[in-house]
Design a protein around this ligand. Structure first.
Ligand SMILES: [Zn+2]
Length: 213
């Protein structure tokens, strides 16, 4: 049977762009067959918001839910990939046309997808969810929102507002998706952040396959 799953996870590697000031991904071998050890064992270091990852409410709110407490259905189930035309931001004006229903999982494919994973250096003017759009998504009781660069919010003060609006409303956030090869439409999403106890976020593997209609 044909494998219809699309991997929308950014590979964890040293060249991955990372948020300014956040620890970058690094991998080294602690033991190596080549060096005469019995087995190869590697050590990796990274921030919890590196590459494809999930933000928990605890990312912005003290004593809020941590990533290990995420309901699994937040990021597993039917999902819609929406192509965003606006080259600056995902706005409420643009989203209104999509008749967003309560409980939807929405992944936004923006112009970021054309370059996001080909540049190791961080880019500040990526397309993000504008605070007004975050408000709309919160009001529509969106289950989860996924974006194709490192933050759901903009680079600057408005980024905080977007995060806070979504997380306070119980909208789970997936950041750092690689939607390069994904055609907008309806899919089945599986995204599982690592179950890191008491963490504000965690790296995730995310895959999509076309919805059966
Ligand atoms: Zn994050």
């Amino acid at each position: 049977m044909k494998d219809e799953w699309l991997d929308i996870t950014a590979p964890l590697q040293a060249e991955l762009p990372h948020w300014p000031g956040d620890p970058k991904f690094a991998l080294r071998q602690a033991a190596s067959v080549k060096q005469g050890d019995e087995a190869t064992v590697s050590v990796f270091t990274m921030g919890t918001h590196t590459g494809t990852h999930v933000d928990a409410p605890a990312h912005y709110y003290a004593d809020a839910a941590t990533v290990d407490r995420m309901p699994l259905d937040a990021t597993i189930g039917p999902a819609r990939v929406i192509a965003i035309r606006n080259p600056q931001a995902i706005t409420a004006e643009e989203l209104v046309a999509y008749d967003i229903q309560p409980g939807e999982r929405l992944l936004f494919k923006t112009r970021n997808s054309a370059w996001a994973w080909t540049r190791a250096e961080f880019v500040q003017d990526y397309v993000f969810v504008a605070p007004g759009a975050a408000q709309l998504l919160a009001e529509r009781k969106t289950r989860c929102v996924g974006v194709d660069y490192l933050s759901v919010g903009g680079f600057g003060p408005a980024g905080r507002e977007t995060h806070e609006t979504l997380l306070a409303a119980g909208v789970w956030i997936i950041e750092g998706l690689d939607l390069t090869a994904v055609v907008p439409g309806r899919y089945e999403l599986i995204c599982l952040p690592l179950r890191i106890a008491d963490s504000d976020g965690a790296p995730a593997r995310a895959i999509l396959r076309p919805a059966i209609v």
